[in-house]
Design a protein around this ligand. Structure first.
Ligand code: FMN
Length: 155
């Protein structure tokens, strides 16, 4: 069976919840991307929105796991201003050429996932083998979506 890593960034816990559900379903490793900047509160929200809209690269802490050691890396990010989050952009850009196969998921309030998935493919230079989106309000009740995604990953 393929060695799988779920890498995610989560500002307020939604994406983390989905990442942990995937980990439980696939019994795989996880890596959480940590932003160096404090992004909490209203000011943090505005800062994140601006960074994402301008496609800036955030400062992040060094990661522990090497994506090159995995057959498949599953990338999880919240949608920010119809883009991927700036900490996830930083992770992807730091690790270009280390990914063998990628899949992805987004969490979002309502729109922007397609653009976010396209950006992940653009940065990594390879196509996603699978992807799915969870609305923020459904993050606690997306077991069926995760099971279907995991099934596709295992095929
Ligand atoms: C700065 C910022 C911009 C956002 N922009 C969008 C957006 O363009 N489209 C959308 O559907 N949701 C948007 N959201 C909502 C988040 O994508 C959503 O709440 C997500 O589930 C949060 O994930 P997290 O709890 O893991 O941080 C935005 C949230 C933030 C903080």
């Amino acid at each position: 069976m393929d060695k799988i890593l779920v890498v995610y960034y989560s500002r307020t816990g939604t994406t983390k919840k989905v990442a942990e559900a995937i980990r439980d379903e696939l019994d795989c490793d996880t890596e959480e991307i940590i932003s160096i900047k404090n992004r909490s509160g209203a000011m943090g929200y505005l800062f994140c929105g601006k960074e994402a809209a301008l496609k800036r690269v955030a400062e992040i802490k060094p990661v522990v796991k090497n994506p090159a050691d995995y057959d498949l890396v599953i990338i999880g990010t919240p949608v920010w201003a119809w883009n991927i989050s700036s900490p996830m952009r930083a992770y992807l850009m730091r690790n270009i050429s280390k990914f063998k196969k990628i899949a992805a998921f987004c969490t979002m309030g309502g729109s922007g996932d397609k653009k976010a998935f396209a950006e992940i493919e653009n940065i990594c230079g390879i196509k996603l083998v699978a992807s799915f989106t969870v609305l923020t309000k459904d993050a606690g009740s997306c077991d069926k979506t995760i099971k279907e995604f995991s099934q596709k990953i295992r095929e």
